[in-house]
Write a protein that binds this ligand. Structure first.
Ligand SMILES: [Zn+2]
Ligand SMILES: [Zn+2]
Ligand SMILES: [Zn+2]
Length: 370
């Protein structure tokens, strides 16, 4: 009897699972079937008069939902007046999509555009020379919808690493996946802040910039940094460094906001509030444990997939008690990279994940690795 064949209603992550031994792929334990179906749906009123669920009786809404698809995991009213519903099973996901009305109220239902996917990082030397297309295809059955390899730039050359960023078609990141016979830990992927190459501010790219051209070296407006030899000054924190410096307090804080947003599955605005309130001074939060990296990274390629903080989707903050946030991970996976200083920005995010425990503690960490 193998305890792997669980239905979609079983919790996809249970802690204290049997551990695999010291060798990769030692046991042939199947990875439990994951919730790789959408779980977050938006219910919108179909109304000529643009009516919403503001003002509609909560008893009626709850009764109509449970009456048509059964008890759901959670229901929340968004600021827009639409409903955000988290379903608990594949069956419910199918049923809610077909919903045409709640009681007598005509509605339309769609999947939430961002809450139904998540990103994680795996590291596997055996996958270094396997084409991305093949990896994607082989991992599809475990809910992986997209794979990207992390590359580093060394001596002007772009080199592949054994680290892969996986996008899962589920809001919950699995703890492990299996690549053939090898069982791999999945860590949360935290992208780097997006810095605009025009105005040097965070959260948007040059193509959507409404600011003015600002020098990344001296923070003066009207010229770019390529030929600038003026004294270094950062536009974001006013410190004595370039805007692309990894020593920048503003950069580290931005990084922490993104990290908090992802780990707690909240909006950028909410994450920003948390970070701002708990880190009034530099140097006492887990984000500062990042190793000092030579500030040569000024390309935008590694920052491309970061959502801009401005176009924020309504969040499901209060209804999700994410197990991956609260879980006591008994043995954080050691990360065996980054011995060299020419590591790109992507890897910094990736290192941070190992420090995730520190996020939970309010006590500032005394250790600085800077
Ligand atoms: Zn800009
Ligand atoms: Zn300048
Ligand atoms: Zn700065």
């Amino acid at each position: 009897m193998v305890g792997g064949a669980v239905g979609p209603e079983s919790p996809s992550m249970s802690y204290g699972q049997k551990k695999s031994g010291p060798f990769s792929g030692q046991h042939n334990t199947p990875i439990p079937q994951r919730n790789n179906f959408p779980t977050f749906f938006i219910i919108q009123r179909k109304s000529e008069a643009k009516e919403t669920f503001h003002g509609v009786s909560p008893f009626l809404v709850e009764k109509a939902i449970s009456g048509s698809i059964g008890e759901v995991k959670s229901t929340k009213k968004l600021r827009s007046g639409d409903l955000l519903v988290e379903v608990g099973s594949f069956k419910q996901a199918k049923e809610i999509e077909k919903l045409k009305s709640l009681s007598t109220i005509p509605v339309q239902v769609c999947q939430h555009p961002t809450l139904n996917s998540s990103k994680g990082v795996i590291s596997c030397g055996e996958l270094l020379n396997v084409p991305i297309e093949e990896i994607t295809e082989k991992l599809q059955s475990q809910g992986v919808s997209h794979v990207r390899r992390i590359t580093i730039r060394r001596d002007g050359q772009l080199l592949n690493t054994k680290h892969l960023i996986l996008t899962f078609s589920s809001s919950k990141l699995p703890e492990h996946i299996k690549a053939g016979y090898i069982r791999l830990s999945v860590r949360v992927y935290i992208p780097n802040p997006l810095r605009c190459f025009q105005c040097q501010r965070f959260g948007h790219s040059k193509s959507s910039c409404r600011g003015t051209l600002t020098c990344a070296r001296c923070a003066e407006v009207g010229h770019d940094s390529t030929t600038c030899t003026a004294k270094e000054k950062c536009i974001n924190c006013k410190g004595d460094h370039t805007s692309f410096s990894r020593d920048c307090f503003a950069w580290k804080q931005e990084k922490e906001i993104i990290s908090t947003k992802i780990k707690l599955q909240i909006s950028y605005a909410e994450a920003r509030k948390i970070v701002k309130s708990k880190s009034p001074t530099a140097g006492n939060s887990y984000a500062y444990a990042v190793k000092k990296i030579s500030a040569t990274v000024s390309t935008q390629w590694d920052l491309a997939d970061i959502p801009s903080g401005t176009n924020f989707k309504p969040s499901a903050s209060t209804i999700i008690t994410s197990s991956k946030v609260n879980a006591q991970n008994p043995s954080p996976v050691p990360v065996s990279i980054c011995e060299s200083a020419s590591v790109t920005a992507d890897l910094i995010g990736f290192q941070l994940v190992t420090n995730r425990k520190k996020l939970k503690k309010d006590s500032p960490t005394k250790t600085k690795y800077l």
